[in-house]
Ligand binder design. Structure first.
Ligand code: MLT
Length: 262
């Protein structure tokens, strides 16, 4: 019998047993919008993204690194933070704005999920925009896989769960897998909602927050499967996210179109 891949999904970082991370590869997931936006920034030429837990910490990192070209970015309640250069919309992170810059970033849930993964051997950044790259990074990795969903305001959220389910669906086709119960729930959820990604985002709590904030356009940007052919990885002490892989061998998304609920 070949190896069996253990896969552990945490529907929010609160469910993550951080002691179990040693020897594993973790994927931090905040589809709406932190990880989608960070990947967009790196693909647009940002040098790195520094994830911070709080607004105060982000401001103090910005002061400590004032000699370098940096931008302060992030959100609270979906909106740009007072005095920051950028919010958390992928549309803002174009080459004109971010090329060559280091982005110091704090978001409500996403940056916390990334920082919660720090004890893993490797921490990847996952979103639908780089789905196939993450699949290939994981297929080439060893040990247990932790798929760590940021959730929305402390609760599990559909779009992150769907991403975890999509990755499990891919891994199930590459060999024997052993998902935990949350992993099986995510996989089942993907079976139902994977074909209607944009519509699923619209009915999720995170999507609803964005629509109410007038940011509905971001849902489409974050549902653009494999728009970016980059992998990103987090190094710690101090935390810093950089491009780790450029280019995917092939696309692994199983659906031809994304349909609609409406
Ligand atoms: C978060 O970290 O909570 C999100 O990225 C929120 C948002 O959509 O801006």
């Amino acid at each position: 019998m070949g190896r069996v891949r253990d896969i552990r999904v945490s529907l929010t970082p609160d469910y993550l047993a951080t002691d179990a991370l040693s020897g594993s590869t973790a994927v931090a997931i905040d589809v709406l919008r932190a990880t989608s936006t960070m990947l967009t920034a790196l693909a647009a030429g940002a040098r790195a993204v520094i994830p911070c837990a709080t607004i105060e910490e982000a401001r103090s990192v910005s002061v400590e690194t004032r000699w370098a070209p940096t931008l302060l970015a992030g959100e609270r309640a979906g909106r740009k933070i007072d005095g920051f250069d950028l919010g958390n919309s992928p549309a803002e992170f174009n080459p004109g704005a971010v090329k060559g810059k280091t982005i110091i970033c704090t978001t409500t849930n996403g940056t916390l999920a990334i920082l919660a993964c720090r004890r893993a051997d490797r921490v990847l950044i996952g979103a639908f925009v780089n789905f196939s790259t993450v699949c290939e990074q994981l297929a080439a990795s060893e040990g247990t896989i932790h798929l760590v969903c940021a959730g929305t305001d402390g609760q599990p959220t559909l779009e992150d769960t769907l991403f975890a389910g999509a990755v499990i669906d891919y891994l199930s086709a590459t060999g024997d897998i052993n998902p935990n119960d949350a992993g099986r729930m995510a996989w089942d959820s993907f079976e139902n909602h994977g074909r209607i990604l944009s519509a699923a985002f619209e009915v999720s709590a995170g999507g609803d927050n964005l629509i109410r904030a007038g940011l509905a356009g971001d849902l489409k940007l974050c549902a653009a499967v494999d728009k970016l052919a980059i992998g990103a990885e987090v190094r710690f002490d101090p935390p810093r996210i950089e491009v780790a892989t450029a280019g995917i061998k092939r696309q692994h998304w199983p659906h031809k179109n994304q349909g609609s609920l409406r």
